[in-house]
Design a protein around this ligand. Structure first.
Ligand code: SF4
Length: 1024
């Protein structure tokens, strides 16, 4: 439990001495992720039996399978020994984190096969790369900030600038509405170190104002503060505003943005486009190495070779040792990295969600006297800042599930698809033999297992679900199959246990350990070094399974092997149909288990040369969480989960693809423990962390609901501020409601275009006329679909009916091909980055259309020179996707369900075990579910609708800036059709019924009139 980073489960953890807590933090910082896996930890503990130098041994009289504890033979106090061992482990860790040497005079290569060559002059001889200096800020136990202090700050700024103190009104409204967890009015904010404190308040009431003032107040008191905004743009804007205030106050404090160097070039180009030259000066840089390129292409902006220079001089001893990567000699002074130095020296540092969770610092950092390479942004910020303020914290948590649940296509047949493994194979040419020899075995094995498995499934030799597909039967697409298609190795173990070992229902009562040992010994991937001696018939099965995945004979033998397996199980499995299923399950489990193992090894093998092999980077990013150090590396499942799926295609010819998904990390616990376990591991001290959002509390919303108590909340009490309305459009011919959700993608194309046209005729035209007459400044509405294509189709429908195509603006991708729909020239097309400037730059536009996921958060489209939102209404034209069986959703659901509402316990290990059991139960439930929304179980539907409500509340929040009211229209007929139980009123009823009384009270307390608006719409009695 300690190795897994789940010490938070122990109720007495908070009472442990500081030294002990720090020691655990040091351990979590340096231990490889795999030790955090329950299964790997147990395997490693068992190897103690054969290690004579170990400080522990297994009790002599207990069989391996029953060992629950080890016996110390070191005679020292356990914590003293741990501290000594930690010193050794830290030495090793630091060795792996030593900075790269700087490149000296001579020729150096970079890029594909090092085809770009730079010639460095003699002046760079012995050039020293100055590290960024960062000292860990001592812990601050708690901070108290009064309302008076913040108001005083606003008045002082206003006095010095002569501008009106408009923020006083915002603060007054916010503090008047804020209530503590005991429901009493708040005069001061009291924030303690450890875990996370949460503040929930509706959109547009001044959370951003509060964050800025809090940061300035604390920085003035000598407390360094970190602010985490949703996006890079938000971060830079916050920095600019805070620096203006600091200047007005006349204090020598600085605020700096910490942006990933890869985003700088992009931001500089955008600033230049907008004519924002101050911003351009902040972000712009030139690569001085470019002047030294003597051959090959110049460095590509964003991908400069700062840390990937390789010597072109052959080693003198000709042993072909791998050439070490070297750093550019300008790394310490280059403008590309000046923002990182500014961040280290600033009093307030602002970054964005993604950079906090995934960013690294490419310049060496001198931390408390030790120079380290590639320090994570998380460590940087947690060391630097005693207080961390995170905006939209629920969104950050949700984004972590996307990063933790990735899919990768492993094999394809009959269809031309770019496969990362093929790329990786091609890129091996860049590796030196010493590097390549580690990559070849796992790569060739992975490719063999993946390609051949796909062939077998497509040929009907193996199958992933219950019954063998009909030979030559119609090939079915994943959507038609009636399940998610994801298959986990081991998800059908019950069948084998039943038929071969006589265990009837292993899920009801665990099978004896000896049975599991024999069972595991059957499969090559789970057969341990000390596998038990198997009876002859089982040994025969194990031999055949090993042969099946060996490829030693270089022949396809699957039919012979299956035939022999049939013979070997004949005595135990009488019925022929059962026998066929058992043999199939044995083969599938063997094959996917071996593939899982090969993929894991491949991920480790490519981690070293990854920086220079783009395909390796893709692989490592998709499946590579195993290779990093994380405080809490796995969720309650206890290991990185690999799921496999085969999708058949008939077009252009029969074939299919094999994909894998990897699920890892524990976003819920990581967020809840950001100031606790995570800060201890990163910085050695606990930190004060305050998370803010409008939807941080939403029980059932697996991705967004943050697992911590709300410290402060503000109820949305403005009656009529939020109204949910039906906005469906009728088909002119059939006189039925136009429905989009549930249609196939090809069926959606004409339907969405038609919806746009009818919506204009039946609602939008009149709605905009009303606004023109009554609220001229806000004569603008936003329409959302689920993709750029949906947005373009809606626009096409509307311009076919409205008088002036210039009234319509549609959001298009920043790069890549535009949507295929052709629009009249006068339609305004803009990227998401330009949307906020819409009312200023395109005064004529009355309807703007965008994909929901881009605009649901953090977007402020304001009336020019005003703090009020320019949007009067939001129209949801296509029901948001509810893919509970998609990887990120599945991952979130399993994690949320497993963690439940558990709190720290006196029996933490018991609770941890229970969470693991719950995780597997939920996983099994989802994987065996039909993914069609209408067929999901009630609890999965309730979960999906909770996530949808969060999106809708956030989306409507875009129109609530400056306290304006909003109308949210549900347009898609799928919102209203009760036939399949997918209508919003029906779903809301499910959801409300799934909550406990205290959760319902919590919702009522936090969402007030917003909730009432939804309940009114659904016709649910207010007395929930
Ligand atoms: S450190 Fe600066 S000069 Fe050197 S490669 Fe990177 S961008 Fe170019």
């Amino acid at each position: 439990m300690v190795a897994a980073g789940r010490i938070d489960l122990w109720r007495d953890w908070a009472k442990q001495p500081k030294e002990t807590r720090r020691l655990v933090g040091r351990f979590l910082r340096v231990r490889p992720n795999e030790i955090g896996s329950h299964r790997r930890f147990r395997d490693m503990a068992q190897t103690l039996r054969s290690d004579p130098d170990s400080s522990y041994e297994l009790p002599a009289d207990v069989p391996d399978s029953e060992v629950r504890s080890v016996v110390a033979r070191h005679g020292q106090h356990p914590l003293d020994l741990a501290a000594r061992l930690m010193e050794e482990a830290e030495k090793k860790y630091l060795e792996g984190r030593r900075p790269l040497p700087g490149a000296g005079p001579g020729r150096w290569g970079f890029g594909w096969r090092r085809e770009s060559v730079v010639e460095l002059p003699v002046t760079v001889k012995d050039a020293v790369i100055d590290p960024i200096v960062l000292n860990t800020t001592p812990a601050v136990e708690d901070v108290t900030v009064t309302r008076d202090a913040l108001e005083g700050l606003v008045k002082e700024i206003s006095r010095n600038t002569g501008k009106p103190p408009w923020r006083l009104g915002v603060l007054a409204k916010l503090f008047d509405g804020l209530r503590s967890d005991e429901d009493v009015p708040v005069r001061k904010l009291l924030l303690k170190a450890g875990g996370i404190r949460l503040l929930n308040a509706p959109t547009g009431v001044g959370k951003s104002v509060l964050i800025g003032l809090l940061a300035i107040h604390l920085a003035r008191a000598g407390v360094p503060v970190g602010i985490v905004a949703g996006r890079v743009d938000g971060a830079t804007k916050t920095t600019e505003e805070i620096n203006e205030d600091l200047e007005a106050l006349g204090v020598a404090l600085r605020c700096a943005t910490l942006v990933s160097p890869r985003r700088l070039a992009e931001k500089a180009a955008q600033a230049a486009d907008d004519g924002q030259w101050n911003r351009f000066d902040t972000f712009g840089y030139g690569c001085s190495l470019a002047a030294s390129v003597v051959d090959g292409p110049q460095p590509v902006p964003k991908d400069e070779p700062c840390t990937i220079l390789r010597s072109l001089v052959e080693p003198v001893d000709h042993k072909r040792r791998p050439a070490l990567r070297h750093a550019c000699p300008h790394l310490g002074v280059c403008d590309r990295h000046r923002g990182l130095r500014a961040g280290a020296a600033a009093d307030i540092v602002v970054t964005n969600h993604h950079n906090l969770m995934h960013g690294t610092i490419p310049v060496p950092v001198l931390i408390d006297g030790t120079v380290l390479n590639r320090v994570s942004v998380q460590e940087f910020l947690l060391r630097k800042c005693a207080v961390l303020l995170i905006d939209e914290v629920d969104h950050m948590q949700s984004g972590m599930f996307d990063a933790g649940a990735r899919q990768l296509m492993l094999a394809a047949s009959g269809t031309a698809i770019d496969l990362p493994l093929v790329h990786l194979d091609a890129e091996r040419i860049r590796l030196l033999p010493a590097e390549d020899r580690d990559v070849v075995p796992p790569l060739t094995r992975t490719r063999f297992l993946a390609d051949q498995f796909l062939n077998y499934v497509l040929e009907g030799e193996m199958w992933l679900k219950d019954a063998r597909p009909q030979a030559n039967g119609k090939r079915r697409l994943a959507d038609e199959r009636g399940d998610s298609g994801w298959h986990l190795p081991g998800s059908r173990d019950a069948l084998v246990l039943k038929h071969l070992f006589g265990i009837d229902d292993a899920r009801a009562e665990p099978a004896p350990e000896t049975v599991y040992e024999q069972f595991n010994a059957l499969f090559p991937d789970s057969r341990g070094a000390q596998a038990p001696l198997l009876p002859e018939w089982l040994r025969g099965i194990a031999d055949q399974l090993t042969l099946a995945v060996s490829n030693d004979s270089a022949q396809d033998q699957i039919r012979e092997i299956r035939h022999r397996l049939h013979g070997l199980v004949a005595e135990q499995v009488e019925h022929e149909d059962d026998r066929r299923e058992v043999v199939n399950v044995l083969l599938v489990r063997t094959w996917l288990g071996a593939l899982h193992q090969a993929l894991t090894r491949l991920t480790y093998a490519v981690a070293a040369p990854g920086a220079e092999m783009p395909a390796a980077r893709v692989l490592a990013e998709q499946l590579g969480t195993v290779a990093q150090h994380q405080a809490i590396p796995y969720g309650p499942l206890g290991y990185l989960l690999f799921g496999f799926r085969v999708d058949r295609v008939d077009d252009p010819q029969p074939g299919g693809t094999l994909s894998v998904q990897a699920l890892g990390g524990d976003p819920h616990t990581t967020i809840a423990q950001l100031g606790g376990t995570v800060a201890l591991a990163a910085a050695g001290v606990e930190r004060v962390v305050l998370g803010l959002s409008a939807t941080v509390y939403f029980p059932g919303a697996a991705r967004e609901h943050v697992r911590a108590d709300i410290t402060y909340s503000m109820t949305d009490a403005d009656r009529g501020a939020f109204t949910t309305l039906a906005g469906e459009a009728q088909d002119e011919h059939s006189q039925t409601t136009i429905r989009i959700g549930g249609l196939s993608e090809s069926g959606k194309t004409p339907a969405i275009r038609d919806l746009g046209a009818r919506l204009w005729d039946q609602h939008l035209d009149a709605h905009l006329c009303y606004l023109a007459a009554n609220d001229k400044d806000r004569e603008l509405c936003m329409l959302v679909g689920n993709s750029y294509r949906h947005a373009a189709l809606l626009a096409a429908g509307i311009v076919s009916r409205c008088a002036d195509p210039g009234w319509v603006a549609v959001v298009v991708p920043r790069s890549g091909p535009p949507p295929l729909t052709v629009l009249p020239e006068k339609v305004v097309t803009l990227t998401i980055d330009e949307l906020e400037s819409l009312p200023r730059k395109h005064k004529n536009v009355k309807v703007c259309i965008a994909p929901l996921s881009l605009v649901a958060r953090g977007l402020n489209i304001l009336v020019p020179d005003d703090q009020r939102s320019a949007l009067a209404s939001v129209w949801v034209c296509v029901r948001p996707p509810t893919g509970i069986t998609e990887s990120a959703e599945l991952f979130a659901s399993v994690n949320a369900y497993a963690l439940g509402s558990d709190e720290a316990s006196v029996d933490p290990v018991g609770m941890w075990t229970m969470q693991r059991t719950r995780a597997f139960r939920r996983l099994f439930h989802i994987l065996t579910s039909d993914p069609r929304f209408s067929r999901l179980s009630r609890e999965l539907k309730a979960e999906a609708v909770a996530g949808m409500l969060v999106d809708m509340i956030q989306l409507a929040g875009r129109a609530r800036r400056g306290g304006t009211s909003v109308e949210l229209y549900l347009v898609d007929g799928a919102f209203h059709d009760p036939k399949h139980g997918t209508d919003i009123p029906g779903l809301l009823r499910y959801y409300i019924a799934s909550l406990s009384p205290s959760q319902r009270r919590g919702l009522e307390r936090v969402y007030g009139t917003t909730l009432t608006s939804w309940l009114d719409f659904a016709g649910i009695d207010k007395e929930i």
